[in-house]
Design a protein around this ligand. Structure first.
Ligand code: G3H
Ligand code: 13P
Ligand code: ZN
Length: 333
């Protein structure tokens, strides 16, 4: 992968972002979770910002390694800056409070990548060493923390392996986070938040038909006892709404066995030390469902605004509902 080195440092504050420290402190004490929503293009970003501003929710905008490769890292960074400026104008127009926005690297897989995004204006990074053996995960995570904290950037680490696709690392089965390790990991690395594996899973096919989705709240509680009040992150938390699965299938798609995490379980987890919940696949599903529907019902349409616009509206409605009914982040600014 190409990692562009900047010979100057773009400070995230100058782009209008905040790091995650205060967001997480408020989320832990307020018993809700901040959304970690991924974006790869303008319509997703507009939907996320519009929904979070209207519901008055803080938000963590997430860019994966794949998103950087797809959409160009420099463009994404300035789309993020544009989103902050747009949010300020919209807040003024709609007489709403401005919302805090963090720009976060999702599933960073190397020290060099973390440094590159920090230099280009990100306010938060994840270093995902979960596929490494424990000591190597500790060493890599600490190296990133030492660099990031020098620039007041917050770092998310990961312990335990989620089932599904962790970017390029495919984990065949979930390896739950061991509560005995978390205290040592947090202490040795100095991370600001920790992604754990307690039954969630990446992608649209989280469970096989007949399998019972379950967030292991018992393991989560054990972890909370070991590191009280420490911000915990849940990845792989899409719920794969079945009305949109049906829409995709009705209009020519093929996603028969797609299944996600029940929203009531996420609501329970958000009341605990879980302070960020990552959702990407649900957004992909909503956009795809809407676009397929319009292509089928209005085959004469060829202006991308005529199908991306309605997809963006459906996406915005989905994010707003998540903030209100699942994460509890609505009204928290
Ligand atoms: O957890 C992974 C996110 O959904 C990002 O996926 O690497 O395909 O952009 P991606
Ligand atoms: P989903 O695939 O469940 O949306 O998870 C997204 C995620 O964890 C991003 O890091
Ligand atoms: Zn993830």
């Amino acid at each position: 992968m190409l990692i562009i080195k900047y010979n100057f440092m773009v400070n995230y504050q100058s782009l209008g972002f905040v790091n995650t420290r205060e967001m997480y402190a408020k989320a832990v004490s307020g018993s809700y979770a901040v959304p970690g929503y991924n974006f790869n293009n303008m319509e997703q970003l507009q939907a996320i910002i519009g929904a979070c501003l209207e519901t008055q929710s803080p938000v963590i905008l997430q860019i994966s390694k794949g998103a950087r490769e797809y959409a160009n890292q420099t463009l994404l960074q300035y789309l993020g800056k544009g989103a902050v400026e747009m949010m300020k104008v919209m807040a003024e127009e709609q007489n709403l409070k401005e919302i805090p926005i963090a720009l976060h690297l999702d599933h960073g897989d190397s020290y060099e990548l973390c440094v590159a995004v920090i230099e280009s204006g990100f306010s938060s990074v994840m270093i995902d060493g979960s596929a490494l053996v424990y000591d190597e995960n500790v060493a890599l995570t600490k190296k990133v923390v030492d660099y990031a904290h020098g620039h007041d950037i917050t770092v998310e680490g990961e312990l335990g392996v989620l089932a599904g696709i962790e970017d390029d690392v495919e984990a065949a089965k979930s390896i739950y986070t061991q509560s005995e390790e978390v205290e040592d990991f947090v202490e040795k690395t100095g991370v600001d938040s920790l992604a754990i594996s307690v039954g969630t899973s990446h992608g649209a096919y989280k469970f096989k038909p007949g399998q019972k989705p379950e967030i292991r709240l018992d393991i989560l509680r054990e972890i909370e006892v070991k590191i009280p009040g420490f911000p915990i992150v849940l990845h792989g938390s899409s719920s794969i709404p079945q009305d949109y699965v049906a829409m995709v299938n009705k209009y020519g798609g093929k996603m028969e066995a797609a299944i996600g995490i029940p929203e009531e379980q996420l609501r329970e987890a958000a009341k605990s030390a879980v302070c960020k919940i990552n959702i990407d696949s649900d957004g992909r599903l909503v956009m795809t469902g809407m676009i397929r529907k319009i292509f089928t019902e209005k085959p004469e349409v060829f202006d991308p605004r005529k199908y991306l616009g309605p997809a963006r509206e459906a996406l915005k409605a989905m994010y707003a509902r998540k903030n209100k009914e699942v994460l509890g982040s609505a009204g928290q600014v």
